[in-house]
Design a protein. Structure first.
Length: 623
């Protein structure tokens, strides 16, 4: 039977190998076996769970790592008195996991109690490690002033010991991190001095630390425009790459090489930056990915690839906002505003009261291109500068209306916005916000769905069977919508985006719910819609309900066989080409296109079944 002393010795050996950064693939089975050998009441349980959590994090299994660290914390808290020494280490390692995810706020919140626990335990070395870890988190969060202030104090210099005891390797890492912060702050001469001191002290076998030191020398030399020397240092750094090159070392080298190429004024380093973005994305280094995307956008702009550059900035902004990097997000927004040009910007001076959470104040959108135009306004693909999200921005220009009519329209849209905003179904593009310019247009912000419109699929020569299958799905979606007492009221092929489901099949998504109507409500938009899909009662300004959507769907079905649908009512259209459409389908569509909504066939469940039956028949016939 394994004694407690033997278990403690095994854990100490494992801890030493973890500190030496032995391959986690080797350490993982050892850590798991040690943990499983412990009885549930062993005082070594917190330590074993912590070490397994560290190893799992290095294997990029961050969720599993957090589970183990949470278990370690619970067991350390349950002892009497609490195991403050372990709680300090658990808190620091938990912060490492959050920092790796790009969540520096959660990481910092873990370090604060960890520091308190280390002080309660009288563990001075652990206190120093926590301070060092805080410096690394601040470095990743690009708060370089904080890093310089902290690490100048605790890292020490050549011949000077730091004020708190730390393992020699940790001191070296802190000094390298200080060089990195100083480079970002532009104090390159100091970096060269500190790096030279470091290289003189580092042991010959510390190749990884020598490699990182050389990279900071490259940055410093490039910052001083000493490019020839920087290239020599870069080649020397390449020779120092560890034999078992890891993703971290590879991405660090690639980043410095790209920075040097950009500063030398050579050709835009698009390929290098794209590789760097992929590296950071794979490693889930959110902050670095955001910075790399910003640099990629700059290189793309130089090549005149404006759309690709805007996409890179939007992705970078999403990374920065997601990681709560306020300063970096503002820098990216500034890049987007400078590059977009006034003609591509939309600035909203004020939000409608109590609509969209009042979040539209001074909100800006970068318009990337027009998606379409219809009876209810024009729609642009845009980037929301609040969070970098791609949206469909619909503009309703009401300036041509008198005050009474304008007020009626605004009251309708405000009422219907809440109903449309509650539709959270993948068959509909979510309505995200509603904003307005005082005395100007209204903007409806919708989720952007990539893909061709149903109109484009029609025009591509798609087989009728494929189109009927999609129209059956649209009938199902309308049934869901009407069940929520909401009417689309502007259904047409341009307002259906053909997306794909998980198996690659067609998945039509209905867009433009922004002027949807709650059935039975007062309607200030009674004539908004697009001929010939707008129902006769809608054209007459009468009350509109779900039967108007059925009429539009009938027009869309008929269009499969008739090419462009002439304006007017479809029974006239069928009089022109009755032989083209299958008889059963013709009868169904005639019923859907009755002029009188009271006589119109509107059972969407039966309509969907009829469409699928005809679809199956056409598939058997190969059409």
């Amino acid at each position: 039977m394994t004694t407690e002393a033997q278990v403690e010795a095994d854990l100490a050996e494992l801890e030493a190998d973890v500190d030496k950064r032995v391959d986690p693939e080797i350490l993982s089975p050892r850590a798991s076996a040690l943990l499983s050998s412990l009885p549930p009441d062993s005082p070594q349980q917190p330590r074993a769970h912590r070490l397994l959590g560290v190893v799992l994090n290095r294997l990029k299994l961050d969720r599993d790592a957090l589970t183990e660290l949470c278990e370690a914390k619970a067991k350390a808290e349950a002892t009497s008195p609490p195991n403050y020494k372990e709680l300090a280490r658990i808190g620091r390692e938990t912060a490492v996991v959050y920092a790796w995810r790009g969540d520096d706020r959660s990481a910092a919140l873990e370090l604060l109690p960890a520091l308190a626990f280390a002080c309660l335990a009288g563990d001075v070395p652990e206190t120093a490690r926590i301070i060092a870890e805080y410096g690394r988190i601040e470095l990743e969060a690009r708060r370089f002033d904080n890093v310089a202030l902290l690490l100048r104090l605790f890292a020490g210099t050549a011949g000077q010991k730091p004020p708190l005891p730390l393992p020699e390797r940790e001191v070296y890492r802190m000094r390298i991190n200080l060089c990195q912060a100083l480079n970002r702050l532009g104090t390159h001469e100091e970096v060269l001095q500190r790096a030279a001191e470091l290289r003189g002290e580092l042991p010959p076998d510390a190749k990884r630390l020598q490699f990182l030191t050389r990279l900071e020398e490259v940055r410093a030399l490039a910052g001083l425009k000493r490019f020839d020397e920087a290239m020599v240092a870069l080649r020397q750094a390449e020779e120092l790459l560890p034999e078992k090159e890891g993703a971290f070392e590879r991405s660090e080298y690639l980043q410095v090489e790209t920075e040097l190429q950009e500063q030398r004024g050579g050709p835009p380093a698009v390929e290098s930056l794209e590789a760097l973005v992929d590296e950071y994305s794979e490693q889930r280094l959110v902050v670095r990915e955001a910075v790399a995307r910003r640099a990629l956008a700059s290189a793309l702009f130089k090549l005149g690839k404006t759309d690709a550059a805007s996409e890179a900035l939007a992705s970078g902004l999403r990374n920065a906002v997601g990681a709560n990097l306020v300063d970096l997000a503002d820098e990216i927004r500034a890049d987007m505003l400078k590059s977009a040009g006034a003609e591509h910007l939309e600035e909203l001076a004020k939000a409608i009261d109590l609509v969209g959470g009042g979040s539209g104040l001074d909100r800006r959108f970068v318009r990337l291109g027009r998606l379409g135009r219809g009876g209810s306004g024009e729609v642009h693909k845009a980037i929301d500068l609040r969070d970098g999200r791609h949206v469909a921005l619909k503009k309703l220009d009401l300036r041509a209306y008198g005050d009474d009519k304008r007020k009626s329209i605004i009251d309708t849209i405000k009422t219907e916005y809440a109903a449309a905003g509650r539709i959270d179904d993948p068959r509909f593009a979510r309505v995200l916000d509603l904003l307005m310019v005082p005395d100007g247009p209204i903007y409806i912000v919708q989720k952007y769905i990539a893909g061709p419109t149903l109109r484009q699929v029609y025009s591509s020569g798609a087989r009728p069977a494929r189109l009927l299958d999609m129209l059956a799905q649209i009938a199902d979606a309308l049934g869901y919508l009407h069940g929520k007492n909401v009417v689309h009221r502007d259904l047409k092929p341009e307002n259906v985006i053909v997306d794909h489901d998980e198996s690659g099949g067609d998945k039509p998504v209905l867009i433009d719910l922004g002027i949807a109507l709650v059935a039975g409500r007062p309607d200030g938009l009674e004539r908004f819609g697009t001929p010939p899909y707008v129902a006769p009662e809608q054209l007459r300004g009468e009350k509109v309900d779900g039967r108007a959507d059925v009429y539009a769907l009938g027009q869309m079905i008929a269009e499969i066989w008739g090419g462009k649908v002439p304006e007017g009512f479809m029974f006239r259209f069928f009089g022109q080409r009755p032989q083209a459409m299958p008889p059963a389908l013709g009868r169904l569509v005639r019923g859907m296109l009755k002029d009188d909504p009271a006589r119109r066939f509107c059972d969407l469940k039966l309509i969907a079944e009829g469409l699928r039956t005809e679809c199956q028949q056409l598939q058997r016939e190969g059409t």
